[in-house]
Write a new protein. Structure first.
Length: 154
């Protein structure tokens, strides 16, 4: 797993962590200048480096101090990050109204639940709790999938 290699290679070792963990996640400053070959592709390395440089410079705020629109705009300014990835990141940052409406898993579940419904219109009705709805839709997809669910990449 690329993320595990990234953390082991660039993170700080922390003795005594539970659940097989051994390192803290590396800082944005560390990743901004790191050799990210461990990610496996030049595109992934460029995206992680760009995101890290944005966070390190303050252009991308991960502290919840900017609104959803501004956050998505700052993340999508990084090569390799589109609106869906930015919305997923916002969800993980506890932005309650984030909604990755173009995620194919969400679209598939919505189509299966109501083929005639417009996904964007459905999502508007869930404001300001669209991230909660997205989480339920993704969980529903995972429960119906025969494949192991994974986290979408940049």
């Amino acid at each position: 797993m690329a993320l595990a290699r990234l953390v082991k290679e660039h993170g700080i070792e922390v003795p005594g962590l539970a659940h097989g963990l051994s390192h803290a996640f590396p800082s944005a400053d560390t990743l901004a200048d790191a050799d990210l070959g461990c990610l496996g592709s030049a595109e992934a390395a460029q995206a992680v480096r760009g995101l890290s440089q944005g966070v390190a410079s303050g252009a991308i705020r991960l502290d919840g101090s900017v609104g959803l629109e501004d956050f998505v705009a700052s993340v999508t300014a990084v090569a390799g990050f589109g609106p869906t990835a930015a919305q997923h990141l916002a969800m993980r940052m506890s932005e309650r109204d984030a909604f990755p409406e173009a995620d194919p898993r969400i679209l598939r579940v919505l189509k299966n639940l109501d083929p005639a419904a417009d996904p964007a219109a459905s999502a508007e009705a869930w404001r300001p709790w669209r991230a909660l709805a997205a989480t339920h839709l993704l969980a529903h997809h995972a429960s119906k999938s025969t494949r192991t669910p994974c986290i979408s990449g940049p």
